[in-house]
Design a protein around this ligand. Structure first.
Ligand SMILES: Nc1ncnc2c1ncn2[C@@H]1O[C@H](COP(=O)(O)OP(=O)(O)OP(=O)(O)O)[C@@H](O)[C@H]1O
Ligand SMILES: [Mg+2]
Length: 250
Protein backbone atom coordinates (compact mmCIF):
# COMPACT_ATOMS: atom_id res chain seq x y z
CA UNK A 1 0.00 0.00 0.00
CA UNK A 2 1.31 3.42 -0.84
CA UNK A 3 -1.43 5.73 0.29
CA UNK A 4 -0.31 9.22 1.24
CA UNK A 5 -1.32 9.78 4.82
CA UNK A 6 -1.41 13.31 6.10
CA UNK A 7 -4.27 13.67 8.56
CA UNK A 8 -4.06 13.97 12.33
CA UNK A 9 -3.19 10.69 14.07
CA UNK A 10 -6.09 8.55 15.26
CA UNK A 11 -3.70 6.82 17.69
CA UNK A 12 -1.00 8.72 19.55
CA UNK A 13 1.36 7.18 22.10
CA UNK A 14 3.83 9.55 23.76
CA UNK A 15 6.43 8.36 26.23
CA UNK A 16 4.49 5.21 27.08
CA UNK A 17 6.10 2.94 29.65
CA UNK A 18 4.81 -0.21 31.27
CA UNK A 19 6.24 -2.60 33.84
CA UNK A 20 5.04 -5.92 35.12
CA UNK A 21 6.53 -6.34 38.58
CA UNK A 22 10.19 -5.44 38.33
CA UNK A 23 10.34 -5.89 34.55
CA UNK A 24 9.92 -2.87 32.36
CA UNK A 25 8.38 -4.21 29.16
CA UNK A 26 7.77 -0.87 27.39
CA UNK A 27 10.33 1.90 27.60
CA UNK A 28 9.01 5.30 26.62
CA UNK A 29 7.32 4.37 23.35
CA UNK A 30 6.30 7.14 20.91
CA UNK A 31 4.02 6.03 18.13
CA UNK A 32 1.40 7.66 15.90
CA UNK A 33 -1.05 5.92 13.61
CA UNK A 34 -2.92 7.88 10.94
CA UNK A 35 -6.51 7.20 9.90
CA UNK A 36 -6.55 4.49 7.25
CA UNK A 37 -3.00 3.41 7.98
CA UNK A 38 -2.00 -0.25 8.25
CA UNK A 39 0.73 -0.54 10.86
CA UNK A 40 2.43 -3.89 11.35
CA UNK A 41 4.35 -4.61 14.56
CA UNK A 42 7.09 -7.21 14.36
CA UNK A 43 9.72 -8.32 16.84
CA UNK A 44 10.93 -11.21 18.94
CA UNK A 45 8.80 -12.92 21.57
CA UNK A 46 8.59 -10.75 24.67
CA UNK A 47 9.55 -7.53 22.90
CA UNK A 48 6.27 -5.91 23.96
CA UNK A 49 4.07 -6.12 20.83
CA UNK A 50 0.95 -7.46 22.56
CA UNK A 51 1.38 -5.01 25.42
CA UNK A 52 1.34 -2.12 22.94
CA UNK A 53 -1.87 -3.46 21.37
CA UNK A 54 -3.49 -4.03 24.76
CA UNK A 55 -2.68 -0.47 25.83
CA UNK A 56 -4.07 0.90 22.55
CA UNK A 57 -7.29 -1.03 23.05
CA UNK A 58 -7.79 -0.05 26.69
CA UNK A 59 -7.24 -3.58 28.04
CA UNK A 60 -4.11 -2.44 29.87
CA UNK A 61 -3.17 0.96 31.29
CA UNK A 62 0.23 2.55 30.77
CA UNK A 63 2.31 3.40 33.87
CA UNK A 64 3.59 6.59 32.28
CA UNK A 65 3.03 8.62 29.15
CA UNK A 66 -0.04 9.56 27.15
CA UNK A 67 -2.25 7.31 25.06
CA UNK A 68 -4.84 8.91 22.80
CA UNK A 69 -7.04 6.66 20.71
CA UNK A 70 -9.95 8.10 18.78
CA UNK A 71 -9.64 11.20 21.00
CA UNK A 72 -10.06 9.16 24.19
CA UNK A 73 -7.24 9.66 26.74
CA UNK A 74 -6.60 6.01 27.62
CA UNK A 75 -3.80 6.93 30.03
CA UNK A 76 -6.70 7.83 32.30
CA UNK A 77 -7.86 4.38 33.46
CA UNK A 78 -11.36 5.76 34.12
CA UNK A 79 -11.76 6.44 30.40
CA UNK A 80 -10.73 2.96 29.22
CA UNK A 81 -14.32 1.82 28.73
CA UNK A 82 -15.04 4.80 26.45
CA UNK A 83 -13.03 3.13 23.71
CA UNK A 84 -15.24 0.03 23.65
CA UNK A 85 -17.19 -0.24 20.46
CA UNK A 86 -14.71 2.04 18.67
CA UNK A 87 -12.00 -0.59 18.35
CA UNK A 88 -12.22 -4.24 17.36
CA UNK A 89 -9.77 -6.89 18.51
CA UNK A 90 -8.89 -10.22 16.96
CA UNK A 91 -6.67 -12.62 18.86
CA UNK A 92 -4.88 -15.85 18.13
CA UNK A 93 -7.64 -17.78 19.93
CA UNK A 94 -11.00 -17.14 18.33
CA UNK A 95 -13.01 -17.74 21.54
CA UNK A 96 -16.31 -18.35 19.79
CA UNK A 97 -19.20 -19.71 21.84
CA UNK A 98 -19.52 -23.35 20.76
CA UNK A 99 -23.28 -23.49 21.39
CA UNK A 100 -23.98 -20.44 19.23
CA UNK A 101 -24.05 -20.30 15.45
CA UNK A 102 -21.69 -18.08 13.48
CA UNK A 103 -24.43 -15.46 13.29
CA UNK A 104 -25.25 -15.93 16.98
CA UNK A 105 -21.62 -15.24 17.88
CA UNK A 106 -21.49 -12.16 15.68
CA UNK A 107 -24.76 -10.65 16.95
CA UNK A 108 -24.29 -11.35 20.66
CA UNK A 109 -22.59 -8.05 21.54
CA UNK A 110 -24.98 -6.12 19.32
CA UNK A 111 -27.97 -7.45 21.22
CA UNK A 112 -26.49 -7.50 24.75
CA UNK A 113 -24.22 -4.45 24.81
CA UNK A 114 -25.70 -2.34 22.03
CA UNK A 115 -29.29 -3.25 22.87
CA UNK A 116 -30.06 -3.67 19.19
CA UNK A 117 -33.26 -5.41 18.16
CA UNK A 118 -32.84 -9.01 17.04
CA UNK A 119 -33.83 -8.05 13.49
CA UNK A 120 -31.33 -5.15 13.27
CA UNK A 121 -28.58 -7.26 14.81
CA UNK A 122 -29.30 -10.03 12.33
CA UNK A 123 -29.06 -7.65 9.38
CA UNK A 124 -25.82 -6.16 10.70
CA UNK A 125 -24.43 -9.61 11.55
CA UNK A 126 -25.14 -10.96 8.07
CA UNK A 127 -23.43 -7.93 6.54
CA UNK A 128 -20.36 -8.57 8.70
CA UNK A 129 -20.32 -12.27 7.77
CA UNK A 130 -20.66 -11.32 4.13
CA UNK A 131 -17.66 -9.04 4.45
CA UNK A 132 -15.51 -12.00 5.55
CA UNK A 133 -16.98 -14.25 2.85
CA UNK A 134 -19.12 -16.37 5.18
CA UNK A 135 -22.69 -15.27 4.50
CA UNK A 136 -23.52 -18.86 3.56
CA UNK A 137 -22.21 -20.20 6.88
CA UNK A 138 -24.33 -18.02 9.16
CA UNK A 139 -26.22 -20.94 10.68
CA UNK A 140 -23.17 -23.17 11.16
CA UNK A 141 -21.77 -23.87 14.62
CA UNK A 142 -18.04 -23.36 15.28
CA UNK A 143 -17.47 -27.15 15.32
CA UNK A 144 -18.81 -27.24 11.75
CA UNK A 145 -16.31 -24.62 10.56
CA UNK A 146 -12.60 -24.83 9.76
CA UNK A 147 -10.11 -22.89 11.85
CA UNK A 148 -9.80 -20.28 9.13
CA UNK A 149 -13.56 -19.91 8.94
CA UNK A 150 -13.81 -19.64 12.73
CA UNK A 151 -11.24 -16.87 12.72
CA UNK A 152 -13.17 -15.08 9.97
CA UNK A 153 -16.27 -15.31 12.19
CA UNK A 154 -14.20 -13.72 14.97
CA UNK A 155 -13.23 -10.94 12.55
CA UNK A 156 -16.89 -10.49 11.59
CA UNK A 157 -17.81 -10.30 15.28
CA UNK A 158 -15.28 -7.49 15.74
CA UNK A 159 -16.47 -5.70 12.57
CA UNK A 160 -20.16 -5.92 13.47
CA UNK A 161 -19.87 -3.08 15.99
CA UNK A 162 -18.45 -0.94 13.16
CA UNK A 163 -15.17 -0.04 14.84
CA UNK A 164 -12.98 2.74 13.47
CA UNK A 165 -9.83 0.79 14.28
CA UNK A 166 -9.03 -2.92 14.16
CA UNK A 167 -6.29 -4.61 16.18
CA UNK A 168 -4.99 -8.05 15.26
CA UNK A 169 -2.70 -9.98 17.61
CA UNK A 170 -1.24 -12.97 15.77
CA UNK A 171 -4.62 -13.69 14.23
CA UNK A 172 -3.19 -16.43 12.02
CA UNK A 173 -0.73 -18.05 14.45
CA UNK A 174 -3.07 -20.84 15.59
CA UNK A 175 -4.05 -21.83 12.06
CA UNK A 176 -2.79 -24.64 9.90
CA UNK A 177 -0.57 -23.14 7.20
CA UNK A 178 -3.07 -23.83 4.42
CA UNK A 179 -5.73 -21.79 6.27
CA UNK A 180 -3.61 -18.68 6.84
CA UNK A 181 -4.24 -17.26 3.37
CA UNK A 182 -8.02 -16.97 3.65
CA UNK A 183 -7.65 -14.94 6.85
CA UNK A 184 -4.89 -12.65 5.57
CA UNK A 185 -6.99 -12.14 2.44
CA UNK A 186 -9.86 -10.84 4.59
CA UNK A 187 -7.41 -8.57 6.43
CA UNK A 188 -6.09 -7.29 3.11
CA UNK A 189 -9.65 -6.51 2.03
CA UNK A 190 -10.19 -4.43 5.17
CA UNK A 191 -6.95 -2.58 4.52
CA UNK A 192 -8.03 -1.85 0.95
CA UNK A 193 -11.35 -0.53 2.26
CA UNK A 194 -9.43 2.02 4.33
CA UNK A 195 -9.70 0.47 7.80
CA UNK A 196 -7.13 1.73 10.30
CA UNK A 197 -5.31 -1.40 11.43
CA UNK A 198 -2.55 -2.28 13.87
CA UNK A 199 -1.40 -5.82 13.23
CA UNK A 200 1.01 -7.99 15.19
CA UNK A 201 2.04 -10.84 12.95
CA UNK A 202 4.73 -13.32 12.07
CA UNK A 203 3.48 -13.35 8.49
CA UNK A 204 6.23 -11.37 6.84
CA UNK A 205 4.50 -11.73 3.47
CA UNK A 206 1.49 -9.90 4.88
CA UNK A 207 3.71 -7.22 6.42
CA UNK A 208 5.54 -6.73 3.17
CA UNK A 209 2.53 -6.56 0.92
CA UNK A 210 -0.07 -4.87 3.09
CA UNK A 211 1.64 -2.65 5.66
CA UNK A 212 1.96 1.06 5.10
CA UNK A 213 4.57 1.03 7.84
CA UNK A 214 6.44 -1.67 9.71
CA UNK A 215 7.58 -1.16 13.30
CA UNK A 216 10.29 -3.43 14.65
CA UNK A 217 10.19 -3.75 18.44
CA UNK A 218 13.13 -4.92 20.46
CA UNK A 219 13.10 -5.30 24.24
CA UNK A 220 10.42 -2.71 24.87
CA UNK A 221 11.58 -0.05 22.43
CA UNK A 222 10.88 0.75 18.81
CA UNK A 223 14.26 -0.13 17.35
CA UNK A 224 13.38 0.73 13.77
CA UNK A 225 10.39 1.68 11.65
CA UNK A 226 9.73 2.46 8.05
CA UNK A 227 8.05 1.47 4.83
CA UNK A 228 8.06 -2.31 4.28
CA UNK A 229 10.49 -2.07 1.39
CA UNK A 230 12.93 -0.22 3.62
CA UNK A 231 12.62 -2.60 6.59
CA UNK A 232 12.74 -5.78 4.53
CA UNK A 233 15.22 -4.78 1.86
CA UNK A 234 17.47 -2.33 3.62
CA UNK A 235 17.14 -2.55 7.41
CA UNK A 236 19.38 -0.07 9.21
CA UNK A 237 19.42 -1.64 12.65
CA UNK A 238 21.56 -4.70 13.35
CA UNK A 239 18.83 -6.21 15.56
CA UNK A 240 16.28 -5.83 12.76
CA UNK A 241 18.64 -7.63 10.40
CA UNK A 242 19.17 -10.48 12.86
CA UNK A 243 15.44 -10.80 13.52
CA UNK A 244 14.53 -10.86 9.84
CA UNK A 245 17.28 -13.33 9.15
CA UNK A 246 15.83 -15.67 11.78
CA UNK A 247 12.19 -15.42 10.70
CA UNK A 248 12.74 -15.38 6.96
CA UNK A 249 15.01 -18.41 7.17
CA UNK A 250 12.19 -20.57 8.49
N1 LIG B 1 0.04 -9.59 32.50
C1 LIG B 1 1.37 -9.76 32.56
N2 LIG B 1 1.97 -10.03 33.73
C2 LIG B 1 3.31 -10.20 33.83
N3 LIG B 1 4.14 -10.11 32.77
C3 LIG B 1 3.61 -9.84 31.58
C4 LIG B 1 2.19 -9.67 31.40
N4 LIG B 1 1.95 -9.43 30.09
C5 LIG B 1 3.16 -9.46 29.49
N5 LIG B 1 4.15 -9.70 30.36
C6 LIG B 1 5.58 -9.76 30.05
O1 LIG B 1 5.89 -8.60 29.30
C7 LIG B 1 6.83 -8.88 28.28
C8 LIG B 1 6.25 -8.44 26.94
O2 LIG B 1 5.14 -9.24 26.66
P1 LIG B 1 4.29 -9.12 25.33
O3 LIG B 1 3.20 -10.11 25.48
O4 LIG B 1 3.92 -7.70 25.09
O5 LIG B 1 5.35 -9.57 24.24
P2 LIG B 1 5.14 -9.96 22.71
O6 LIG B 1 6.09 -9.15 21.93
O7 LIG B 1 3.70 -9.85 22.37
O8 LIG B 1 5.60 -11.48 22.68
P3 LIG B 1 5.04 -12.74 21.85
O9 LIG B 1 5.61 -12.61 20.45
O10 LIG B 1 5.59 -13.93 22.56
O11 LIG B 1 3.55 -12.69 21.87
C9 LIG B 1 7.11 -10.37 28.36
O12 LIG B 1 8.30 -10.55 29.07
C10 LIG B 1 5.93 -10.92 29.13
O13 LIG B 1 6.28 -12.06 29.85
MG1 LIG C 1 2.27 -11.21 21.85
Amino acid sequence: MTSVITSKPIINLAGVSKSFGATQVLKSIDLDVSPGEVLVLIGASGSGKSTVLRIMSGLETADAGEVWVNEVPLHDARRARDIRGHVGMVFQQFNLFPHKTALGNVTLALIKARKMSAADARRRGLEALDRVGLADRAEHYPSQLSGGQQQRVAIARALAVEPGIMFFDEATSALDPELVGEVTEVMRGLARDGMTMVVVTHEMGFARKTADRVVFMDKGVIAEQGAPEQIFVNPQNERTRQFLHRVLDH
